[in-house]
Every structure is written in C-alpha cells, then in structure tokens.
Design a protein around this ligand. Structure first.
Ligand SMILES: [Zn+2]
Ligand SMILES: [Zn+2]
Length: 247
C-alpha cells in the first residue's frame, strides 16, 4: 500500500471568487512543487475547467479528478467527483438545467473564465456561478451516484453553506462517501460537535481559491494506486485502504 497526498477541493480562475492566478498551468505546477499526488478540480457549479487541468496533469504525472462544488437549493456546498468525462459531461447538463440564472457582477464577484493551457481566455460565463441550483441536497446526491460519482458535503463545520448550518441535521437518507472539514478544523472536535459516527469518514482539503493555499492542506490516502476506484475504496475503508488527516 502506498500513501498519496490528496486535495480534492480546489477552485480555478473559473470560480467567481477564484483568483485569476489559479490557471490550470499554475495549479498543476504548484501541486507538483508542493508534493501533492492527486487533486480534484471543484469550481462552483461548473465543470468546464476540468479537462484542461486533467490534460496538463497527465503530462506532469499528476492525477486530476474532475468534478465541481455544487450549491443546493438550501445553499449547501457539496463536492462532487466523477470517474470519467462521460459522467462529468452528463453532470454538466444537470448543472446547466438547474442553475438559477443571475447575471454575474464582475465588480462584485470577479471574472468567471475558462482558460487554455497557455492561459488564453477561451470563454467567459455571464451567469453567476455562485448562485444556487434548483435542486435539493438529496437530488444532487442521487444524480452524482447515478453517474457513479463521489459525493462529499463540503466544509461541514463552517457557519455558512454547510450541511449543518443550512439544514441543521444530517438527513438520514443521504448517502455520502465522506464529509469534508475545513482546513483549521480538528477531526475529533468536529465529530463530537456534530455527533458524527465513526462509520462516516472525514477528510480535510484546502478549498484553495489562491495559489498560496494550494498544497498546504491535504488528506493522506493509503491505497494501491492513484485511481478513482481506489479513492472510493479508501474513503470506505475497504480492503485495507484508508484515509488519514495529518495532525
Ligand atoms: Zn464552499
Ligand atoms: Zn470551495
């Protein structure tokens, strides 16, 4: 079994709040420099910057998992990750169908652009990606699992946009591969505060919007190889795989 430094919550220049410095090339370069083995690309309500990062990752020997951070109707942020681009593209159709249409105010929220590997702007999005989807947490979870994806409610300890802040409880029907705690949170404290049972895995990722945050927060995945199926096994603690939040 090997140990892989993994950060599955990273924003790019496409997120309204993502720094313009967070280009695919910069993200891959910094992830390699700072010793990450696996990264997830999770912009707000869009998957459109994933492919370029994935392609650059292939060349650099970095595993890139495509996905997004979906905002539910209740304003709960949920990490969604997918095994391949067919599943990802189908999820993008779901996002296009459900995103509430609010024009982006660049002066307030920032630019939302897709760039290529040389940082040329390919497309600008005018609908605000920070808006919520017209879909509940459960509906998003079901869609993700229908597409064989991984569903992880984001930064559950935060006072805004988290499962507990928005719903006040953990819906008993909700199927999660893990729950993500924010970078300064401590695992034992969060488990106690929200009464999280040991069967539910906790992970810690950076939620990086700026280059300086990339690589500083990660979870160690002990598994055979850096693949999507191994990630899933590690999150479930199957066949000797496991995840460890470094202290
Ligand atoms: Zn978030
Ligand atoms: Zn985020």
């Amino acid at each position: 079994m090997k140990s892989f430094r993994t950060d599955l919550h990273i924003h790019t220049v496409l997120s309204p709040c993502g720094d313009l410095e967070m280009s695919p090339a910069r993200i891959v370069l910094l992830a390699k420099e700072r010793g990450l083995d696996i990264i997830g690309i999770t912009d707000h309500n869009s998957t459109r910057q994933c492919r370029v990062v994935w392609e650059l990752g292939q060349k650099a020997g970095l595993t890139v998992i495509p996905g997004c951070e979906a905002t539910s109707r209740e304003e709960v942020h949920c990490l969604t990750l997918f095994p391949d681009f067919d599943a990802l593209n189908e999820f993008q159709e779901f996002l296009d169908l459900h995103l509430t249409i609010i024009p982006n105010k660049v002066s307030l929220f920032g630019y939302q652009v897709v760039v290529d590997e040389d940082e040329n702007i390919l497309e600008e999005f005018h609908n605000y990606l920070g808006a919520s989807l017209d879909a509940s947490v459960e509906e998003i979870e079901q869609k993700v699992h229908e597409l064989s994806g991984i569903f992880i409610p984001a930064h559950i300890d935060r006072p805004r946009n988290s499962l507990f802040s928005q719903l006040g409880f953990f819906p008993p029907e909700l199927k999660v591969e893990a729950l993500q705690i924010s970078k300064l949170a401590e695992e034992t404290t969060v488990r106690k505060k929200f009464s999280i049972i040991p069967e539910i895995t906790l992970v810690k990722f950076s939620d990086a919007h700026y280059p300086e945050d990339l690589g500083k927060t990660y979870t160690l995945f002990e598994m055979e190889e850096p693949s999507f199926e191994e990630l899933r096994k590690a999150l479930k603690g199957e066949a000797g795989r496991r995840v460890i939040i470094p202290q």
